[in-house]
Write a protein that binds this ligand. Structure first.
Ligand SMILES: Cc1cc2nc3c(=O)[nH]c(=O)nc-3n(C[C@H](O)[C@H](O)[C@H](O)COP(=O)(O)O)c2cc1C
Length: 701
C-alpha cells in the first residue's frame, strides 16, 4: 500500500527490492520436494526468470499480484479464524465508537453470517472448500486418507472436462485409474513415497483420458492434517501440460493456487474419521500401538458420532439390519465353520503325531479316523490302527492284568496285528517264561512307530476328507458345551460373538507355526500390521512391537525394486503372490525372504485382510527345508474368505505355488536372474477399470 504513495522512480526501485525479498522468503512451492527428472525440467522452465533484473514497472505489477494472492490466502484461511476469535469482538467495539450506527450494524450482520458459515469440523471444511474449488479453472480432486484405499471424495468440474470421467464414475475410486501402459513407474514411486510420508508432491506423469487419449499431467498433491494431526485429506491438482506460449504463466498461476491450499486445519474431524485416522499406519513409519484395540476404537468412534448426531438433531447413520456389522461397518460372517476347519487343519497338520494321538484318545475321534481308514485306507494302515488300539489297551492296564492282556495278544493266532506292526518275537511255547516287562516296553515303542506311520501317511489325507470336517464341526459344538477334550479346535475358548473372532482364531493358529505370519488390515489406511506371530520374529528379527507399522520396514537398499512392484501389484489387485526377495533384518543383514501373500475377502466380497507368510531362505540352515514345507502347507490351506468357504470365482493357485516351491527347493534355479523367481504377470486390469500398467507385466530379462 505504501509503495503506491511513492513517486514513479522510487516506487520501481522499492518494488523491485520488495519483490526480490518476497521471492527469497517464499516457502516450498513446486519443485522443492522429491521429484523425477521430468518434473525438475518443467519447474526449471517455470522458474527460469526468477533472479533476472526486473523491467521497471514490472516489479510493481508483480508486487500487486503477490499482494492479491496473499490477501486471497488470508481471506481463505486466517480471516475466517480471526472473525471467530475474541479479537474480532474488540475490533467491533472499537468501530462502534464514533462510527455510523447503520454501517456498524451492516458489518455486524456480515460477520455473524460469516461466523455461521465457519466450518465446525474437518468434514464441514471440506464442504466449504468444495464450493470454492468447483469454480477454479484447474482440476482439483480430494481424497480422504482415513478411508482405506484413499478414494476421491470430491472432483471438480474441470477434472471431468479434462479426463472425460463423470463425477459418478470417478468419486469413490482411487485416482490411479488415470494411469496406463506409458505411465512412468518412477513417477508412481515418487507419489507412493511422498503420500506415505504425508509430504507435498509434484510429479509429471503420463495419464489417460477416458477415451484412451494420453496427456501429460503435472500432478501436485497437498496433504492436509486436521487439528488433531490426523492425516485427513490429500488435495490433488492435475495440471495438463500443453507446451504452448502460455505454459509458463499457467505454471506460475498453479504455484499460486497451491500456495493457497492449507496443509493444516485447526479443526477436528468427526468421531468416526478420528477413530479411523488414529488407527492408520503412521507416516513416520513407527508402530501404531492403537491397532491392538482396533475394534474398540472404531466402535467407540461410531457411537460417539451417533450420540453427537442425535444431540445436534441430525439424522443418525443408517443401521444395517441384514448383516451383522462389526466396528468400522464391516460385515461379519454368520458362519465361520469353514475358517474354523481350515485353521484347525493347519494347526493339526503342524503337529500331526500329537494331534492324532490325542484324537485317538477320544472315542468320536477314533471312530471318525477309523471310518476314514475303512473307506480310504490300505489293509496295512487299518492294521496299524488296530495294533495301536490293542497296544493302548495293554499299556493302560496295571500289574498282572497288563501281563495277562499282553499274553492274550501274543497268543492270538488269527488276525494278530503284532505280526505286521512289530518285530516282537512270539514263540508261543515259551510264553509263560517270557520276561514281559521289557516286551511290553518294546511294544510301546512299536505302538509309537505305528502312530508315526498313521500320522504321516494317513492323517494328511484324513484332513482332506469329509470325515475330518464333520469331526471338527462336532468337536466345536462339544467345546461350546464346555466339554474338556484331548484334542482342540482353533476356536476353543474364543468368543464367537466378538467382532475380533476371526482375528482371534488367526492369532491362535499363527502361534502354532514356526514360519512367519503377519496380517494387514486392508480397511485401515496405510495397511498397518494388525498382528505378527512369534515365527515372524524368529524368521525376520522383527518382534511384536512392530504391530501397527506397514510391513515395508523389511525393505531396504538391497530389496529388488521390481519385486516391490510385484508386491504392490498383488496388493492392489488382491492377487495371491509367491516370491523371493531380499529383505533386511533389524541389524541391516540382507537375507533372502520367501514371501507368500494371501488375500482374504469378507462376506461382501471386499478385500479385508492380507496374510503374509515368510521364511528366511537360508541355505546354510538345516531347518530351511522344513520351513519351506511348512510354508507350502500353511499357504495351501489358508482360506481366502472370512467364512473359509472358497467362492467359485476364486483363482486357484496351487499349481503356481507348487512351481514356485519346486523352483526354490531345487536350489534357487528359478527363471529369474541369480535364481530369483518372479511370478507370472497377473494380467488383470487395475481394479475398477482403467488401463493396464507396465509394472504389472514385468518379466525378468
Ligand atoms: C488426491 C490424489 C490425487 C491423485 N491424482 C492422480 C492423478 O491425477 N493421476 C495419477 O496417475 N495418479 C494420481 N494419484 C495417485 C494414485 O491415486 C496412487 O496414489 C498412486 O498410483 C500410487 O499408489 P499405488 O501404488 O497404490 O497405485 C492421486 C492420488 C491422490 C491421493
Amino acid at each position: 500500500m505504501k509503495l503506491e504513495t511513492l513517486d514513479a522512480g522510487e516506487r520501481d526501485q522499492a518494488a523491485t527490492k520488495v519483490y526480490k525479498e518476497f521471492v527469497a522468503a517464499q516457502g516450498a512451492g513446486i519443485g522443492q520436494q522429491e521429484r523425477t527428472k521430468g518434473t525438475q525440467q518443467l519447474w526449471d522452465f517455470a522458474n527460469s526468470s526468477q533472479g533476472e533484473t526486473l523491467e521497471p514497472g514490472v516489479a510493481m505489477q508483480k508486487v500487486q499480484e503477490e499482494a492479491e494472492t496473499t490477501l486471497g490466502m488470508l481471506a481463505f484461511d486466517a480471516f475466517p479464524r480471526f472473525l471467530k476469535s475474541k479479537y474480532s469482538k474488540a475490533v467491533m467495539e472499537d468501530l462502534k465508537t464514533g462510527s455510523n450506527p447503520n454501517e456498524v450494524a451492516a458489518l455486524e450482520g456480515a460477520i455473524n453470517t460469516s461466523e455461521s458459515k465457519q466450518p465446525g469440523d474437518a468434514d464441514e471444511w471440506l464442504n466449504m472448500f468444495v464450493s470454492t474449488a468447483e469454480s477454479f479453472p484447474a482440476c482439483i480432486v480430494i481424497s480422504d486418507m482415513t478411508i482405506p484405499g484413499a478414494p476421491m471424495v470430491y472432483i471438480n468440474g474441470e477434472f471431468t472436462k479434462t479426463t472425460g470421467y463423470t463425477k459418478e464414475e470417478a468419486v469413490g475410486r482411487n485416482c490411479r485409474f488415470l494411469q496406463g501402459p506409458e505411465t512412468e513407474p518412477e513417477s508412481i514411486a515418487v507419489i507412493r513415497n511422498t503420500l506415505s510420508k504425508g509430504q507435498d508432491c509434484h510429479v509429471k506423469l503420463t495419464n489417460y483420458r477416458k477415451n484412451g487419449e494420453k496427456f501429460q499431467n503435472l500432478l501436485s498433491m497437498k496433504p492436509v492434517f486436521d487439528g488433531d494431526n490426523i492425516y485427513r485429506y490429500v488435495i490433488g491438482v492435475q495440471f495438463e501440460i500443453l507446451e504452448d506460449k502460455g505454459l509458463k504463466k499457467r505454471l506460475v498461476q498453479l504455484d499460486k493456487l497451491l500456495r493457497l491450499l492449507p496443509s493444516r486445519l485447526n479443526l477436528k474431524s468427526k468421531a468416526s474419521a478420528q477413530a479411523r485416522g488414529a488407527l492408520a499406519a503412521k507416516t513416520t513409519g513407527e508402530a501404531n500401538t492403537m491397532i491392538a484395540a482396533k475394534e474398540q476404537i472404531l466402535s467407540a468412534g461410531e457411537q460417539r458420532e451417533e450420540k453427537e448426531a442425535a444431540g445436534s438433531g441430525a439424522r443418525p447413520k443408517q443401521k444395517f439390519k441384514k448383516k451383522k456389522k462389526a466396528a468400522g461397518g464391516v460385515a461379519q460372517a454368520d458362519n465361520y465353520d469353514g475358517t474354523i476347519f481350515a485353521f484347525t487343519k493347519i494347526m493339526w497338520l503342524q503337529d500331526a503325531v500329537n494331534t492324532l494321538r490325542s484324537m485317538l484318545m477320544d472315542q468320536a475321534g477314533f471312530m471318525s479316523f477309523d471310518a476314514f481308514l475303512k473307506q480310504c485306507g490300505s489293509q496295512l494302515s487299518q492294521t496299524h490302527l488296530r495294533f495301536w488300539v490293542e497296544a493302548q489297551q495293554i499299556l493302560m492296564c496295571q500289574g498282572p492284568q497288563q501281563v495277562q492282556a499282553a499274553r492274550q495278544l501274543h497268543m492270538r493266532m488269527w488276525k494278530n496285528s503284532l505280526f505286521y506292526c512289530t518285530t516282537n518275537e512270539i514263540v508261543i511255547g515259551n510264553l509263560n517264561r517270557t520276561g514281559w516287562p521289557p516286551l511290553i516296553q518294546e511294544m510301546g515303542r512299536w505302538q509309537e512307530m505305528s502312530l508315526y506311520f498313521l500320522a504321516f501317511d494317513c492323517f494328511t489325507r484324513y484332513m482332506e476328507s469329509p470325515q475330518s470336517r464333520e469331526f471338527v464341526t462336532a468337536l466345536q459344538l462339544r467345546e461350546a458345551n464346555g466339554e474338556q477334550l484331548p484334542v482342540k479346535t482353533v476356536s476353543v475358548g474364543l468368543d464367537p460373538d466378538s467382532p475380533s473372532y476371526w482375528m482371534d482364531m488367526l492369532k491362535a493358529m499363527s502361534e502354532t507355526l514356526r514360519i512367519g505370519l503377519v496380517v494387514s488390515d486392508m480397511f485401515v489406511p496405510g495397511c498397518p500390521l494388525a498382528y505378527l506371530n512369534e515365527g515372524f520374529a524368529a524368521q525376520t528379527g522383527y518382534g511384536k512391537e512392530n504391530i501397527g507399522r506397514n510391513s515395508k520396514f523389511l525393505q531396504g537398499p538391497m530389496t529388488e525394486g521390481y519385486m516391490v512392484e510385484e508386491i504392490v501389484e498383488s496388493l492392489r489387485h488382491a492377487d495371491p503372490l509367491f516370491c523371493k526377495l531380499q529383505n533386511h533384518k533389524p541389524d541391516g543383514t540382507v537375507y533372502q525372504q520367501c514371501l507368500c501373500l494371501t488375500p482374504v475377502f469378507n462376506v461382501d466380497g471386499e478385500y479385508k485382510y492380507q496374510i503374509g507368510c515368510q521364511v528366511d531362505y537360508d541355505p546354510n540352515n538345516p531347518e530351511t527345508p522344513m520351513f519351506i514345507m511348512e510354508l507350502e502347507r500353511v499357504v495351501r490351506n489358508l482360506p481366502q474368505t472370512l467364512t473359509g468357504e472358497t467362492p467359485k470365482a476364486m483363482p486357484t493357485r496351487t499349481q503356481e505355488l507348487e512351481d514356485f516351491l519346486a523352483s526354490i527347493t531345487a536350489g534357487g534355479t528359478g527363471a529369474g536372474p541369480g535364481g530369483l523367481t518372479a511370478t507370472p504377470p497377473s494380467g488383470s486390469a487395475p481394479s475398477g477399470g482403467g488401463h493396464p500398467r507396465p509394472g504389472a507385466s514385468w518379466t525378468p530379462a
